[in-house]
Design a binder for this molecule. Sequence first.
Ligand code: NOJ
Length: 553
Amino acid sequence: MSDFSDKVVYQVYPKSFQDTNGDGFGDIPGVIERLDYLQDLGVDYLWLTPFFISPQRDNGYDVADYRNIDPKFGTMEDLERLVEQSAKHGIGLMLDMVFNHTSTQHEWFKRALEGEQKYQNYYIFKEGTPDQPPTNWQSKFGGPAWEYVPHLKKWYLRLYDVTQADLNWDNPQVREELKEILRFWKEKGIRAFRFDVINLVSKPEEMIDDCEGDGRRFYTDGPHIHEYLKEMVHDTGIENFVTVGEMSSTTLENCIKYSAPEEKELSMCFNFHHLKVDYKNGDKWALMPTDYKALKALFEKWQMGMQTGGGWNALFWCNHDQPRIVSRMGDEDTYWKESAKMLAGMIHLMRGTPYIYQGEEIGMLNAHYPSIDLYKDVESLNYYQILLKKGKTKQEALEILAARSRDNSRTPMQWDAEQYGGFSEVEPWLAMSAAFRPEITVAQQREDEDSILNFYKQLISVRKTYPVIAKGEISFIETGNNMILAYERKLGEQKIIVFCNLGKEKQEVAISDAWCDFKILLNNYAGREKISGEKSYIMKPYELLVLENEIQE
Ligand code: NOJ
């Protein structure tokens, strides 16, 4: 496998990135227009969320044709231009392959509905009567995971929306079809892929009711998953590409296997455990303050575990499914800038590959929509109804969406202080964040040396100049304080020490004699250069302090 440890990936949600044709909907030419910006930021890869033909019921994660571009995003020529232009900017493209399911508008599913056995075998159909779904499994978007087709007298499995039918990976023809899609994009010059919920594709042979949960324990990291991944990677010759798997409710043991180079499966994994530390009893729709002790423990478990097992983490806080991290674990007002920088530094300096989600680099905040009418996300709209049915008031349900909705991260990119943030000249498909203000724009932060944007640039650039960040070992420093996360990175003689104050209160930390000569490499508060001779240090709210021993290779 090639070495990608000093690379940084930037995630573009094209629909909300840059509109160039005045329809309020971002497009591929818009990504091309912003390549100079991305090159200046210093990122190596662009992960583009799906832009294939799709009814857009789940914003492109419901693919109806994997080989063509949805006209809303542009044309194949636009995409070819993007491949060429991004290469000229030193940036590779990472395409998003949604292989767990297709849209019910896909040709295969349509033919299955027309009664063609071949295509029914592409999906997971079970005979039955309308009153009795094959199992009691629940969809991840709420409600039952099965849908009945009266004229076939069969149910089909859909772990997500009713329009997203799960594919049957146990059928070798399906696996061949998917490989052909990868070969197609490889031919177009694509050298990196993200695989959507890839650890859910291997379903158990026998499907039974789940008396403990929603069914996920039967199909998560399923029986043939490692075998199927190895086959797909080998047969398409993508072993040396940068590949990342989105792993839903996974385990450390499996992620080591997915990403250890000798297994020849994927380059790295996203896991979501650290983003569930504010879910009450594991329920995304039940609010709870962040459990910092659990957060620290999870980072330690995954960082140390992946290192010991030889796996590789994708490091991230934000994506198109997660609320904005500054709204979630930082401070939107007084310490907006400090908390954004601390949160960034905390993950960028760990062992793994950092991902930046569009707008994160300028500290964008949640949507703060005052009304349900502004939400567009299918999951949010489903859960709003479910919450009302469970007895929540409209106000309470709105508060939950305000904290948890996926639309929080999908609001248009804030390029400048114009009405629609420079994203579009016309009203965007999804309303701007109500927290949109001139400081939270690229235009303003470009001019400010101390901005969040410039801090992200610095984080990317130190990764390239300090091999210890890309390749060093990690170990955690016991602080005895739930609000202070601290770790050391080490490569030969080179060392860096990272301290993060996770909260608003000041915290005291002990300074080891061993660090007395260390210099400050990064700090989100100005002023100091050294901490010479001190036994302890008072960390300011959301302070990030990074020390280095000044030995560079
Ligand atoms: C994960 C994607 O990130 C999310 O946006 C999508 O809804 C589901 N997978 C289903 O494809």
